[in-house]
Ligand binder design. Sequence first.
Ligand code: TRH
Length: 386
Amino acid sequence: MQQQIQQTTTLALFCKVVDNYGDIGICWRFARQLAHEHGIAVNLWVDDLVSFKRLCPDVRTDRVAQIVDGIDVTHWRDQNGVFAPQEIADIVIEFFGCDIPPGYIARMAQRDTRPLWFNFEGLSAEEWVEGCHTLPSPHPSYSLTKYFFFPGFTNKTGGLMVERDLRHQRQQFLQDPAQVATFLSGLGVTNTEQDNLKISLFCYPHAPLTSLFTTWKTGNTAITCLVPEGVAREAVEQFLGQTATLGAHATHGALTLRVIPFLPQPDYDRLLWACDLNFVRGEDSFVRAQWANKPFIWHIYPQDENLHHIKLKAFLLRYTAKTAHLSRLALIWNDAESANNEWDEISRTLLDELPEITQMCTEWEQEMLKNGNFSTNLLKFAATLA
Ligand code: TRH
């Protein structure tokens, strides 16, 4: 027998941090939405509290169990454990196919009301996603079925994760120049620099940063580039001529580079909103840049045999139909195409085209909103199984 989705529903979300911040970044966002917008009692199991703390400073790294922002957080230390029936949630979600403890699965199979079980998959614009979205996978030995649930860019996928009041929050922030100025000056941006073209930079270390910095510093546009501490350290230090500690900054030619803190997630959104162009990476900052309604360049998470280039091209095909330069720069940035001495021209033209591209961002945002919100879509699908 299955259960109805309702306010008293409990949900366990299992997150293994494979690398960087995307895994916990996505799970934390998802957990908060389920709890705050849908009233679900969420238990987030995460194996790396140190990475978690970086984007959510309230997390205590020395606690096995804690409540953060109304969400039960459990430090997932190993695969052992015997679970009591009342510990098993109504809905169980494993992020990116992480293996949940065998004892937990065994107990899921013993519940009179079987939990609804989902695998939260990775984001891709490739066409095959639509065919795999919501497919069932029966467990080989227990009477349990797990369903694959994919985020995506079409209405035949789960859509993208977006908070109910995000647009409103963004509009309120941007309509209040004093708030934006206070936010930026809190990051060290001077009054004079507030009028510069503002760019946030979050990428993997292998991006062609030296070429980018050279173009910007020799160009005519005054730029302030904000880099969270620890990001692209080597190239940033080369430009600064000093250690890239918090607050370090230098101006060469038209470019000022500033090392800012790695921000809590809500402030990272504000950074994306406040900038004119955002360099983002991985999966979650990539999606947040789309909700920031500002032009962005995506540095995709690298995979063996350049599989990520297929993913990148699939996205660009959907996204950049109208802006050849944005697409070309993204391909060069990800080493999917060679610059052929055109780097300077392309990156400069891109700056000229920013107003036009910003218009396109608005159209894209509208299109993506039509697919609904990932969390709500997942719960709606769960209700069809209940
Ligand atoms: O950190 P990432 O490179 O994470 C990656 C990707 O998710 C990739 O797909 C995955 O396979 C790999 O991890 C294991 O990039 P991403 O996805 O943008 O995650 C960064 C998170 O950190 C995101 O939630 C935004 C957040 N963040 C802040 O909260 N503050 C900051 O200052 C910055 C720069 C990021």
